[in-house]
Structures are given as structure tokens and as C-alpha cells.
Design a protein around this ligand. Sequence first.
Ligand code: AGP
Length: 589
Amino acid sequence: MCSIIGYKGQLIVAPVLVDSLKRMEYRGYDSVGIATINNGKILLKKGVGKVVDVNKNLDLSSMDGHIGIGHTRWATHGGVTEKNAHPHYGCTDSIAIVHNGIIENHSELMEELIELGHVFKSDTDSEVIAHLLERYYAEHKNIKSSMIETCRRLKGYYAFVAAFEDGTICGSRYNEPLVIGLADTGYFISSDILGFIGYTDKAIFLDNRDIVVLDSKTLQIYDQDGKTVKRTLTQVAWELAAIDKGKYAHHTLKEIHEQPSVVEKIGIQNLDKIEEFCSILKNSKAVFLTGSGTSYHCALIAKHILSNFAKIHAETVVSSEFQYTLDGIDNSSVLLALSQSGETADVLQAVKAAKNVGAKILSIVNIPTSSLAKISDSFLTIECGPEIGVAATKSFTAQLSLIYMIVDTLCNGYLGFKVNKQFLVGALREALDYEIEIRGIAEKLRDARDIYVLGRSIHYPIALEGALKIKELSYIHAEGIAAGELKHGPLALIDRNSYVIIINPNDSTSDNNIASAHEVKARGATIIGISNTPNEVYDIFIKIPFIQCNAIYPIIEVLPLQILAYYLSLVKNIDPDYPRNLAKSVTVK
Ligand code: AGP
């Protein structure tokens, strides 16, 4: 969603904030702002656009001082305008705040504050925090007490950092992450460890409702009643600092290319944990799988292979719907939640609902310090390194590979993943060799209005995933369809302007897919076949390598779809790393 950062220390703060915000921009990139404190005055600059652009126009990095806060926004309340960009002042410029989350009772609080004479300048829910702090600070003349009173009044979920003109920086959180970074050169308060990982690997993850106060002398953490609390110091992985694009034009392309090595490493350090997962899955009465977006597509494949190879029946429920379908889940069930970030609000809500009825929680995450990992009974990490591109690519193949490892362990190797893993890695490398051809295909599809992606059985979730990638990266309408469902309605959409991609490795679904391809071709559509075997029905052919073990084709066939979506974004002049209206980590419901 949004990213927030606060810093107090020896370094000139503005370039530090700009650097941190660039690292965390994947969380939201509608607008940017920073506020610095110098000689008892808060100076604030903000603008609409990405960090580099706003910095170019306003020269944020030239601001003075060693204390400051910053923000990149993903709009929830109020349009994408300069006045709605954070930081927000209260009535005066003596307090400024940056916020991530949603204050559900903001209208009620605003009314109350307006009665008291406060004047609001933005359309955001966040501004209310600055006015509450101002109100309680005027009453108590004490920053800690004004933080406690303010937090007591907030309903919803939040992480915020406030800067007071005396140089104090404070923060608090409720169901949104907030982490302290302890560097030799100063303290950070950030929504993400990427905010400070270039400066320190020492982090303190705050608990819900903790309040941190960083005044002239010390850093103190209090609970909601103002009692001092101690929180554990965690050493986070330095590798997370590796977020440069290297030789690639975009993070998305780099992450697509990292997939063979990500798959190669998968599960190696986790063998005991995989055994633990297997025993929990085997011994529970009912298995549920959940996730959002791409992670949900992984859950759909997990359901297939759990049932076909491990003979474990599982229910899949997309996380945003989970709370409405709690029937059948109880304390003898297990919920396996998949999430790259481990911070997706819909996933966390599903997990909490399952926990409330006593279910055991397993999760697969990329970030071991994430909220999801923390509330799980046991978790596995995909260890694919930071994924910055908003479109999930390497995290998907890593999740899938880990699921295949688990199922292969459950069925004593019958699935064939482990013995074929090295061939798979080779096949992924080969699949990437078709990048140039796929770039040419993207040129041909530049003006496509509709792209349909068809797949059957285990390939249907890949059709959904391919369509999701095309939608989010190119803004072209794309739909994933179970090929057998065509004749039940979608065929009516097909005409000479339609492009239809058929995912068709040469397995038991192949003959039926070819029949579907003929059906759409007869209606004038252009057919793009993704297969290891050419066929005269394909107008355009994308070759994928042969592999002995048919069940692992999903991990290979998704690559050409990711590459196609990436090049479609380029031919349409879209920045693939930052597609419009989206954010990498969706921490609001
Ligand atoms: C995928 O390309 C998306 N950007 C999105 O669907 C994503 O997978 C979803 O928001 C879930 O994120 P998570 O895996 O971090 O929970």
C-alpha cells in the first residue's frame, strides 16, 4: 500500500528518506512527500508522481536537517492530488504525519475536531491523525500522552509516523507493519525493512498498538497504556538489500530471468520443515488452501496435485471470500495460506477467521518476518529474494516449486518433481531463450482488444495467471478460461479481432485443446499455441521445451506468458514495474 519512513540520526535526512522511499516505492507510487525538521521548524515538500519525478521537480533531497519523515502513497481516500499526498500537517505546521492503512472512524473524528475549530485541508482519512495529535498535545503538553490518546481514538488499521517540531519522531501501528531499524548512524521507523536495509540489518518489529517515541535522548517503546515494553532485536537478511535491476531494463524482466536459479534453490534449506508440513497435512481431517491473485492461482494448482498425487482432498477459497465460507473448517482442519508478501490484508483476515475456529495455520511466504509468518503455526519460505515488480513472477514459480516439493514428499516421489528438478531448471533456461520471438509476438498483439487464455486441468490456473499478467502489465482485456467451458458461453465473444492463447503441452489434455482451438479458429480468432509440439491450427507458435514429467509443465508454461505480458507493456509504453492503480503489497481490505 503506502510506504512510510522516519529517520533521526547523524546523516543529512532528506537524501536518506528519498533513497528509502525509492526502495519501498513498489508499495505505492501515486504521490510522494517528505518533511524535515531543522532548527525547530518542519519543512514539507510533496508532489504527484513517482519518487524520481517528484524529486526532479521539487529537489526533495536538498532539504536540510537530520530528522524527518517520508511517504509514498497508494490512494484509498481522496484522489491522487498534491493536497492528498502525505505528509499532512494539523492546523499548524508544528506536527506532520505519514500514514499507511485506513482510519475507519475518520468522518466521526473529523466532525468532532471541526467542532473544536480544526480546519482540514485534504480529502484523506489520514489527516485526522495529525489533528488528533495536535489536540492532545495542546491539552497534555506531552508527546507520549498525546500519542496514547490519539491511538486510543483510532478505529481501523494503521501504521503512522509523526514528526514534532521539537525534533521528536513517534510511531504506532495496528494491523499494518512498522519496523524500527537500528543503525550506527541513527534510527529508522519504517513500514518495511527495505526502508533501511542499506544502512543496518538490526530490526525491531513492533507489536500491534506499540508506540515508539524517539526524542532527543532515547528510543522508547510503550504499550497502549504507556508502560515501557521490550521487543526483540532481529537480524534481518542483508540479501534483501539486493534490489537493483542489474543489467536488466526493469525489475520485472530481471525477476523473470531469475526463475531458473530460484527454482534450483527451492526447498534445499527447508527439508525438516517440509517434513513437518507433510505430517500436519496428512494428519488433519480437512485441508483448506487460500491466497490472493497470483498466490491464489498457485493454491489452485496445489489442490490438483495434492489430490492427484498425495490423495489429499483440499478446498481452495480465494482469501477475500474466505470469511463468507467458513462452513466445514474447525479445529481438526488445516489452512495453508500462500502469500509472497505475507502482508496481504485479505489473506491475514482469512487466516484470523480460521484461527478463531481453532484450525491449524501453515503458510508459505517470501518474507520470514511478515505478519503471516508470525501468526502461522508453521511456515516455509520461498527464498526468492525481494520481488519488486508489482506483477508476481519469480515468487509464483517459487511457490509452485515448493508446493511440488511438499506433494512429492507426501507421495514418496511418485510425482517426480525431485528427480526431474534439474531437468526443470534446464527447461526454464531454455524457455527464456524464446524471449526475442515472444517480443516479436507482442508487437503483433499491440492493438489487441481482447486476449483469451485457454487451459484445461492443471493448466487452467496457468491460463488464469497468464491473463492476470496480461491485464496488469498491458491493460489489455484478458480472460483465463477453462477450455471446456468455451462452448458454454465465452464462444459468443470470439470474432476476427480476438486473440486466443492455448496452453497445450503434449499431455492428456492435448487432443481436446486442439478441438477447442479449431472451434475458435472457425470463428475467425487468431490462435497462439504454447506447446512443445507444433500444430497446423496455431497461427502463432510459442515453443516450450519437452520434459518427461507432464505434471510439472505449469512451472514452465507460465514463463512465455510472463514474457509476453512484459513485452506487451513495453509496446504499449507502460512501465511494467509500476502498473497504474496497483501496489505490490495490498494491506487494505
Ligand atoms: C500478481 O501479479 C499481483 N500483483 C497480485 O495478484 C498478488 O499476487 C496478490 O496481491 C497477492 O499478493 P501476496 O502474494 O503478497 O499475498
